[in-house]
Write a protein that binds this ligand. Structure first.
Ligand code: SAM
Length: 480
């Protein structure tokens, strides 16, 4: 796969409540202990394991079938006795299947465009095999336990798509055939609700909507033929999500193991003004080479995304520790293995962070939102100092450190801001010598407005906005 799949709908689900007893302490250490206890608390699976699945096919020559009926039952019917699949006749196409529970899967992890290299480094550090960069994402090979680990630990991926089948195809009937022959029943059945999304690059198909419908029909027909009933379609809160990716001559079908996008860590409630996505914020910290043992300031912090992300990185808190995932709803979900994986992750969360993390914003409502988000991120109020203030007045908290920030830009700026940037550059030169200043902006003229030469510039997309992360190393006046 070479592109980011289309945005899919997200699930809004609250994190699980804690069952763990809390020890009563007082003072600063008590607050730290409480904070860590909050981060480490166990949650419990919400979805019971579904019935066992049949053994999948590994690869097959697939033949075209007579078109089955389409459409979905409005309510789930009582399942009739399973029928035998209809024997098929027709032109053959070559397909590869990887839908066996205990096998290894090609995986595609989409990410914000521009973070591919950083994501590849992250996936390699997590120990995944055959990591390679694609367009707006990375490929790797994983077993199902690795899929769980990728969901739990990746800070940069947007979702984890597990490849179920692939074939060269020429038309929608062959797409139908590929989807029909894929052993979905290993993962979900008529008891599960389903959503299918389709994205494409250079696909010759006239209508993506129609292609999407064919995949949906094929999956539902297969489950009806095998298990006697079709799954219901639910585009808002599906149990199972399938993603079809089409290019000029092939189709790849994935199960979306994540569900809600992975940038939703489960803590954002207060959005503030133009919040960054959490995985982009983590990417900015990675590209800025921020050292998690060094001070960090965000002078335009808005709802606090960069600093909250940084606090979780510094604590070693896995980004997925507080949220649900779609793999928990699929058949044969191993709830015990998942709980064990999370328990191991919680045990590795540091007890406290010593470094100063400071955020300021001129808008008091943004600071309120940041503080509320901090609490929802299970962090003690003292972990990050959020204060209302002007970026022109913020002072360094150490001789050296990092500024990583997402200043206002685009439609939020007016012409008078050239003056503002000049003033801010003067402030940085006077007060932040020795600091690394990193700005993500869609205003590509920022370096000339600041009259500073960037050491690095990384092309990045913030949603649809073509941006750059500019890195400036502030040097003492005598060295300029
Ligand atoms: C693009 S938003 C930052 C969003 C933030 N990264 C987040 O994820 O929520 C820019 C922020 O800069 C703030 N701002 C604008 N002018 C400022 C100034 N002079 N000093 C401090 N903050 C300012 C705005 O109130 C806004 O919250």
């Amino acid at each position: 796969m070479t592109s980011t799949p289309k945005k899919t709908l997200t699930l809004k689900k609250k994190p699980q409540s804690s069952n763990e007893d809390r020890r009563v302490r007082s003072g600063a250490r008590a607050r730290q202990a409480q904070q860590m206890q909050r981060l480490r608390q166990e949650d419990t699976p919400t979805t019971p394991a579904a019935p066992a699945a049949q053994t999948p096919q590994r690869s097959a020559r697939i033949t075209k079938r007579a078109k089955p009926p389409t459409g979905y039952a409005p309510t789930r019917p009582a399942p009739p006795a399973p029928r035998k699949p209809v024997p098929v006749q027709g032109p053959e196409i070559q397909a590869r299947f990887s839908a066996e529970r205990h096998g290894r899967f090609p995986v595609f992890a989409p990410c914000p465009q521009g973070l591919e290299e950083a994501l590849a480094v992250e996936l390699q550090a997590l120990g995944f095999d055959q990591v390679s960069q694609g367009r707006a994402g990375c490929h790797f090979v994983a077993d199902w336990q690795d899929v769980l680990r990728a969901n739990l630990y990746s800070r940069l991926a947007t979702r984890i798509l597990v490849q179920m089948s692939y074939a060269k195809i020429q038309n929608e009937d062959e797409l139908y055939e590929l989807a029909y022959q894929t052993p979905w029943e290993n993962w979900f059945g008529p008891q599960h609700t389903l959503r299918v999304d389709t994205s494409a690059i250079r696909s010759p198909f006239q209508s993506l909507q129609f292609a999407n419908l064919r995949v949906k029909d094929a999956i539902c027909d297969r489950l009806r033929d095998r298990e006697g009933a079709r799954p219901d379609i639910d585009t808002v809160r599906p149990d199972a999500k399938v993603h079809a990716f089409l290019n000029e001559d092939s189709a790849t079908l994935y199960i979306d193991s994540s569900g809600e996008s992975l940038f939703k860590r489960g803590w954002r409630h207060h959005k503030g003004d133009a919040p960054l996505r959490e995985n982009l914020a983590a990417g900015l910290l990675a590209l800025s080479d921020w050292d998690p043992n060094a001070p960090l300031i965000d002078p335009f912090c808005g709802s606090g995304t960069i600093l909250i992300e940084a606090a979780w990185i510094a604590l070693g808190a896995p980004p997925g520790i507080w949220r649900p995932f779609h793999f928990e709803r699929l058949r044969d979900h191993d709830a015990k293995a998942w709980q064990d994986l999370k328990a191991e992750a919680r045990a590795n969360i540091a007890a406290e962070i010593e470094i100063p993390l400071v955020g300021c914003d001129i808008n008091p409502a943004a600071i309120e939102a940041a503080q509320a988000n901090l609490a929802r991120a299970h962090l003690h109020p003292n972990t990050i100092r959020f204060e209302t203030g002007n970026a022109l007045a913020i002072q360094p908290v150490a001789a050296q450190g990092w500024i990583v920030t997402n200043p206002p830009y685009g439609e939020r700026l007016d012409e008078t801001d050239t003056e503002f940037w000049e003033q801010w550059a003067t402030h940085l030169k006077r007060n932040f010598a020795g600091w690394s200043v990193n700005l993500i902006t869609s205003d590509l003229d920022i370096p000339s407005k600041l009259r500073l030469k960037p050491n690095r510039r990384y092309p990045l997309y913030n949603g649809p906005l073509d941006c750059r992360l500019f890195t400036f190393q502030m040097v003492p006046a005598s060295n300029r």
